[in-house]
Design a protein around this ligand. Structure first.
Ligand code: PGA
Length: 249
């Protein structure tokens, strides 16, 4: 079977003012000058999506949001809907990031409703799962993550294109990463849960690894069986670092 191309997505989180568009422009230029055999995405804060759509144009970098509301419009002050992301030029959307699950109290059911909203708007969801250090130390990482997969993915995904990101919470922004064996173990378990949950679509969906992915560890992590790409936070803010990760794919 042909190996599917990797999906490498940058998550800028709440970072980036207008001058940061230059980093997106530099990324586009670098990938146009020397193309890679990978899909590349950037998810800036909502305020930069529309201007970044101009920066990225029809080039090789896909654009995404970092969250969306589960309703398409209405009286939800401060929220951004999936149709709004699509209207601004996004094609992807990160959903269920641990910073939203923990910081904003999002449950698996909330995430599933957001995934449905994203699909209605024609966006490709990247659904995040991952255990805390406490859960890992209790030997429950696989059970916890597979339960999140089952409960965060709606039936509507059966016919659709989507990705899952395994992001151990204790690895995010800490410089710590799981061992390659630990990554392989969780990715295999996620694959099995995906297939059980959504059938054929679960075989196709890339499973990204996220959490302190850097230029110097990306090649090893991306070579682990069933690691279909990366979700990169801090190291995606500078085009120079992000390109080194992308070239490792
Ligand atoms: P990090 O973040 O690469 O800065 O650890 C990853 C993420 O939270 O998506």
């Amino acid at each position: 079977m042909e190996t599917p191309v990797k999906l490498i997505v940058g998550n800028w989180k709440m970072n980036g003012l207008t001058p940061a568009l230059d980093e997106a422009g530099a990324l586009r230029q670098a990938l146009e000058a020397d193309p890679v055999n990978a899909r590349v995405g950037l998810c800036p804060p909502a305020t930069l999506i529309a201007p970044m759509a101009s920066t990225l144009g029809a080039g090789p970098v896909e654009l995404g949001g970092q969250d969306c509301h589960d309703k398409d419009s209405g009286a939800f002050t401060g929220s951004v809907s999936a149709p709004m992301l699509a209207d601004a030029g996004a094609r992807l959307v990160i959903l269920g990031h641990s910073e939203r699950r923990e910081g904003c109290g999002e449950t698996d059911a909330d995430v599933a409703a957001k995934v449905e909203a994203a699909l209605r708007a024609g966006l490709e969801p990247i659904v995040c799962v991952g255990e805390s250090l406490e859960t890992r130390e209790a030997g429950q990482a696989v059970a916890f993550v597979t339960a999140q997969v089952r409960a965060s993915l709606p039936d509507a995904l059966k016919e659709r294109t989507f990705a899952v990101a395994y992001e151990p919470i204790w690895a995010i922004g800490t410089g710590l990463t799981p061992t390659l064996d630990q990554i392989a173990e969780v990715h295999a378990a996620i694959r099995a849960a995906l297939v059980e949950r959504v059938g054929e679509a679960g075989h196709r969906a890339p499973i990204l690894y996220g959490g302190s992915m850097k230029p110097d560890n990306a090649a090893d992590i991306l070579a682990v069986p069933d690691v279909g790409g990366g979700l990169v936070g801090g190291a995606s803010l500078k085009a120079e670092d992000f390109i080194r990760i992308i070239r490792a794919a």
